[in-house]
Every structure is written in C-alpha cells, then in structure tokens.
Design a binder for this molecule. Structure first.
Ligand SMILES: [Fe+2]
Ligand SMILES: [Fe+2]
Length: 211
C-alpha cells in the first residue's frame, strides 16, 4: 500500500474522546497469531446477537471481504474487527454482561493487535465504529439498513458524524477500507449461513502478521 494509516490518529478520526484508562482488557496484548486464533476459538461461541455467534459474525465478515476481492490485510481486519468484544469476555471470565453497550471495543482491539499486525489490518479495525457514524452521515439510506442493535449503539457511539468529523475521516488513508469493512460488518449477521471455518483463514492471518 502506498500510504501508511498509522500516520493518522484513529482517535482523532473517530471524533470523540476515548476512555484510555488502563484496565485488564486494554492492557491485553496477544502473544502471537496462535493466541489470536485461540481467543476466537475460545470465546467465539458466545452469541453476537440473537441470530449469530461472535465467530459466525467474524467468519461471515471475513468471507464477504474475501469474496469482494479485498486484500489479505483487509480480510484479516474483517475477521478480527470485533475481537475487542472477545477480550472483554475473557476479562469478565465469560460473563456476557452488556455486550450491547459499546465499551470502546474497537480501541481495545486495535491496541491488542497493533504489536502483531501492520496498520493495514489495525486501522480499519480501529475505525469500524467511526465508519458507521460516517456512513450514517453521508448516506441517508444507510441508516435504514442497520440492525436494531447497531441503531441502539449508534447513540452511545456519538451519532452520525458532523461535517468536520466527515472531513477528518475522509483524510485518513484507511477510511475507504474502514467503510468497506463496515458494510461487511452490517451484512455479516445471517442466521444459519454456512461459511468457511476459521482454519481456512489461519494461513492468511499468519501471512499478514508482522515477522
Ligand atoms: Fe464492532
Ligand atoms: Fe462487527
């Protein structure tokens, strides 16, 4: 890729103040790719919503990315974009708590993934919530496509972007990738959909990880 998404602060682009207070989840750093895959396997059976599990959602998103011809980094970003929720589950020892409430899961994921993956993976993950706020602002018809849960969380995530936030978001080199990821995120919630398993993505995850 020609541009380096790491040159831009994803927090600034998100256009809101994040709580960066240290805690067990935000301090979690993956030991390696095997650890990432193990977290997906261990906590993926927890339900994402009332139709699909966390792993179903991750695999459906990654499959949509792959079928769209996305590069390997973006396929991996799609697979891992909600791993912040799984780290929260791990921290809470499996208690679901209120997963519907946004706990900055995109930032938790980005911090945990950054030592292991390049910005082309990490930035779209970090921006996938901001991308929802962006698409809600620039595509009036997009809001109507959101699930009930996504509409609910939009409020706590700050609502549609303001014109200033839109401008900043569009300056980020990963903004288009983040918007693509967001569309797969919205579509990857189909009950009983059979897609390839985690094993079929493991080699790609390993290939894009930092050496
Ligand atoms: Fe998410
Ligand atoms: Fe998601």
């Amino acid at each position: 890729m020609a541009s380096d998404p790491s040159q831009h602060s994803t927090d600034d682009v998100a256009g809101r103040v994040h709580d960066h207070s240290p805690g067990p989840a935000s301090d979690r750093v993956f030991g390696g790719v095997d650890d990432v895959l193990a977290v997906l396997r261990r906590w993926g059976s927890v339900f994402y919503d009332d139709r699909v599990t966390q792993l179903d959602h991750a695999l459906q998103c990654a499959t949509l990315a792959r079928e769209s011809g996305a590069g390997d980094e973006l396929v991996v970003a799609a697979l891992l974009h909600d791993i912040g929720h799984l780290l929260e589950l791990e921290r809470n020892e499996g208690r679901i708590g209120d997963l519907g409430v946004d706990r900055d899961h995109e930032s938790i994921a980005a911090r945990a993934l950054a030592p292991l993956f390049p910005p082309e993976v990490v930035a779209p993950v970090a921006l996938h919530v901001a991308a929802k706020r962006y698409l809600c602002a620039v595509e009036p018809e997009y809001h109507a496509t959101l699930s009930e849960g996504s509409v609910r969380s939009l409020v706590t995530q700050g609502g549609p972007m303001t014109p200033d936030e839109i401008e900043r978001f569009e300056r980020h080199p990963a903004h288009a990738a983040a918007a693509d990821l967001r569309r797969w995120d919205d579509a990857g919630k189909v009950e009983h959909l059979q897609v390839a398993g985690l094993d079929s993505f493991a080699a790609t995850v390993r290939a894009v990880a930092r050496p």
